[in-house]
Design a protein around this ligand. Structure first.
Ligand code: ATP
Length: 332
């Protein structure tokens, strides 16, 4: 068991409240992703859990035990950073071995565990190489192996893939998901990338300005946002949100709108539209269109319109969402 509970935690840096009385339960064995814009407080939260930057007030609990003031080394937690923090002069094997040696784990046990994590991270053939002779993805795996070999109850990861190119990031992403499945350990993963969050998370915690905007599984945040912040942070292009009646705002996802040459009389929301640009992305096309309600984005499998053309935009009723003047969802 390794459930982490943050209870009324706040963090103040130079009189600025960066985390504001936040409550969160990070479930045991799940892949939890903390996501949000730059500076929202994700790393600050992760450091609190690790014990690297204490909360100004509030408590951190692990399996019900108060660890707020516990030494980082005694927390049974391993952390993987974006800049790997590996030793360039040591071999891959010695890098992985480093923490175990420090903890005076017997040699035979160390060898067994190194072989096991090397197999899991695909490093077996590379154990005698130095990190400077390896690729970014291989180095990232060393950092992961070093964390795994400690057999911690919790893995904390702070943007571990952000230094990798797009292709490698995608393949490491699925490797991490698989690794989590195999280990069944609690993962807490920080990213500012909502695509990464949706792809990896069992539970997403979306943070803005030190507060939780919404938490839930990726589908909940995407299809059933509690507020306009969530609606527009998750998904690219973001949800179209516009004023429709005084303080009431309306929203729909770009892929839920339909463009047609003839008017769709069945949809309650329908507008004339003029295509401004179309971006062909392969399997789909993103249109920027102008309507009486403003500029909207539409994502379509079809690519039948060109810039300058006039058409009709409609959204099936079940995909239209409403928000109040403060951006909170109005559930009908
Ligand atoms: P990013 O995605 O850019 O890494 P983040 O969500 O992880 O951002 P944090 O690093 O947690 O954000 O920072 C949250 C806020 O706290 C920021 O406004 C940052 O400037 C401030 N902050 C973080 N560390 C310190 C510090 N040591 N001293 C002063 N302010 C800090």
């Amino acid at each position: 068991m390794a459930e982490i509970k943050l209870h009324h935690v706040s963090k103040i840096f130079n009189q600025v409240r960066v985390i504001d009385s936040l409550d969160l339960v990070i479930p045991d064995g799940k892949f939890t992703v903390l996501v949000g814009p730059s500076g929202c407080g994700k790393t600050t939260l992760l450091r609190m859990i690790a014990g690297l930057g204490p909360a100004t007030s509030g408590q951190v609990l692990m399996d019900g035990q108060d660890i707020t003031d516990l030494d980082p080394g005694k927390r049974d937690i391993a952390m993987v950073f974006q800049n790997y923090a590996i030793y360039p002069m040591m071999t891959v094997r010695d890098n992985i071995d480093f923490g175990l040696k420090n903890r005076k784990v017997p040699k035979a046990e160390r060898q067994r565990r190194i072989a096991e994590v090397a197999r899991m991270t695909g490093l077996t053939e590379l154990l005698d190489r130095r990190p400077s002779t390896l690729s970014g993805g291989q180095r990232q795996r060393i950092a992961l192996a070093r964390a795994m070999v400690k057999q911690p109850k919790v893995f904390l990861m702070d943007e571990p893939l952000s230094n990798l190119d797009a292709k490698l990031r995608n393949s490491m992403r699925s490797e991490l998901i698989e690794m989590h499945k195999n280990l069944g350990t609690t993962f807490v993963y920080v990213t500012h990338d909502q695509v990464e969050a949706m792809a990896m998370a069992d539970m997403i915690v979306l943070i803005n300005k030190g507060k939780i905007m919404q938490k839930g599984n990726p589908r909940e945040l995407y299809n059933d946002p509690d507020n306009t912040f969530t609606a527009q942070f998750m998904g690219t292009p973001p949800m179209n949100v516009f004023s429709c009646d005084g303080k009431i705002q309306m929203g729909f996802r770009p892929e839920r709108a339909e463009l047609s040459r003839t008017e769709n009389g069945k949809a309650v929301y329908r507008r004339k539209a003029r295509i401004i640009t179309c971006e062909m992305l392969g399997s789909e096309t993103v249109y920027k269109v102008e309507t009486g309600d403003g500029i909207m984005m539409v994502k379509s499998r079809e690519c039948e319109f060109e810039a300058g053309e006039e058409c009709h935009l409609s959204v099936p009723d079940e995909f239209v969402l409403f928000f109040d003047g403060e951006g909170q969802r109005i559930r009908l």
